[in-house]
Design a protein. Structure first.
Length: 476
């Protein structure tokens, strides 16, 4: 029995140490994010949008938007892209073998006709069937490529081959961009002495927002708990997590929903990896790894402004599939670039970023699962120290809630998208319920992601959308 007690003590101590490290990581991210946001707000007051629009130094940008069975949103979102406030850009929609009315809708609404386009085969892709341009001069910025289905990464590589500008912005076609999104996202490329290889921005939740003419005209809070809790996730992930990593120069991920890239660097790195479901993370890690090997000074920018709004899952099954995919993508990237782990040659990336993603992103649900089994074992043996167990769970719950409320506070002192007091109260209530009602769902999704990866699953899974036309009609 003494040996069993010793083993129990060691395992319990290990959980305590792990929990302490997680807490310290969150604490440092909050502190770093606070200073990064404050610095950005100060600098953005100096640099006016009108001055940027009049600048002759703004580079031309190619907007790449892969589309697979996006008939519900495709027309409204392209209309939104066509009204972006930026002097020189093109829009390339890559129809990745859609089986619904995505392509017919595009042809009909934008008066498209087949045209010829010379492709630079910098990156191997699936075959292109046809290329379309509009007969209407109002849509002269629009190019539509119809290709065989090859997945999102392959579609983006096709867009890169067709892009005529030195920088490209990769977006999800279901996203709605702020009218000044490109003006803000391009800032790191203009203001830094180092070579900027990529720049990312904050993603926000569009569900329930009032949308007119492809623009967010009123930010509203969804009625559904599942959608509200994802708002908290996005605030934590972008406004706190990625802001902190950006300040520490350890950012490993720019969301595939919205990111600006130096095309030459992407091509040199080989383009998007079609063999992973986490192509956005894997590309940035590979680009950064390449720049380190070349010993070239570079930077990855990040803009905390709410520049891109997306529709998040409003059903449990779709959410589980999405988080399952995110887990598999993270594991695949860590495995592909395992040589960076604890490698001093990669500085912050090797010593902090990669280990953090290994221990606190990938292994977290596995450790939590082991902890749950360990607790059940102690319970069956009658060895549970209830004072310790309840104290530990209360501390974990309290810290999780506090971190979410801190994210809400950061939102209120920075960009104040949720202006009504009742929205803040509902978000705080959601934060109180999240660890109990929502976390088990995310935990299970991550576990399934690990299991599915071991089984060799490579598919994305179907992501059904409700469409922004229905979101427009949502009322609080």
């Amino acid at each position: 029995m003494t040996l069993l007690n010793d083993i129990t003590s060691y395992i319990t101590l290990s959980f305590l140490i792990y929990g302490f490290l997680v807490g310290m990581g969150y604490l440092f991210s909050a502190v770093f994010s606070f200073f990064e946001i404050r610095e950005y707000k100060r600098s953005s007051k100096i640099e006016k949008k009108v001055v940027m629009l009049q600048s002759s130094n703004l580079p031309s940008i190619s907007i790449l938007a892969p589309a697979y069975n996006e008939a519900v949103n495709i027309v409204d979102n392209i209309r939104s892209l066509l009204t972006i406030n930026y002097p020189s850009y093109e829009i390339i929609i890559i129809n990745d073998g859609s089986t619904d009315n995505t392509l017919p809708n595009l042809i009909r609404h934008f008066n498209l006709e087949q045209t010829e386009l010379v492709f630079l085969n910098n990156i191997p892709t699936r075959d292109v069937r046809k290329v379309y341009k509009s007969k209407n001069k109002a849509f002269e910025k629009l190019l539509v490529i119809d290709k065989k289905n090859g997945g999102k990464a392959d579609a983006l590589n096709t867009g890169i081959n067709a892009a005529s500008h030195d920088y490209f912005c990769a977006i999800d076609v279901d996203c709605i961009l702020a009218d000044d999104a490109l003006l803000k996202l391009v800032r790191p490329f203009l203001n830094d002495k180092k070579k900027v290889i990529a720049s990312g921005g904050i993603i926000r939740v569009a569900n329930a927002c009032e949308i007119q003419g492809g623009r967010i005209v009123s930010v509203r809070l969804p009625k559904g708990f599942l959608e509200r809790v994802q708002i908290l996730e996005y605030l934590r992930a972008f406004l706190m997590g990625r802001m902190a990593w950006s300040r520490a120069d350890g950012l490993l991920l720019i969301s595939g929903a919205f990111g600006l890239f130096d095309k030459e660097t992407v091509i040199d790195a080989g383009g998007y990896n079609t063999q992973t479901v986490g192509e956005d993370m894997e590309l940035l890690v590979r680009m950064r790894r390449m720049m380190h090997k070349r010993k070239t000074a570079y930077k990855v920018g990040f803009i905390p402004d709410p520049l891109c709004w997306t529709e998040v899952p409003n059903g449990h099954n779709i959410l589980i599939r999405q988080r399952n995919r995110w887990t598999r993508g993270t594991i695949e990237t860590l495995w592909i670039h395992r040589g960076m782990l604890f490698n001093l040659k990669y500085r912050v990336l090797g010593v902090l970023s990669m280990p953090y993603w290994l221990f606190f992103e990938w292994l977290a649900p596995l450790i939590e699962g082991f902890g749950l089994l360990f607790f059940i074992l102690l319970l069956s043996l009658g060895l549970v120290n209830w004072v310790y167990a309840i104290s530990f769970m209360a501390a974990a719950y309290g810290f999780a809630v506090l971190y979410s409320i801190t994210a809400i506070y950061f939102e209120e002192i920075s960009f104040q998208q949720y202006k009504k007091p009742k929205y803040i109260y509902k978000l705080v209530l959601t934060a109180l319920l999240e660890p109990i009602l929502y976390h088990p769902l995310v935990f299970w999704s991550a576990l399934r992601g690990n299991i599915d990866l071991l089984r060799g699953k490579k598919s994305w899974g179907q992501m059904t959308r409700q469409g922004f036309d229905r979101i427009d009609k949502a009322k609080n």
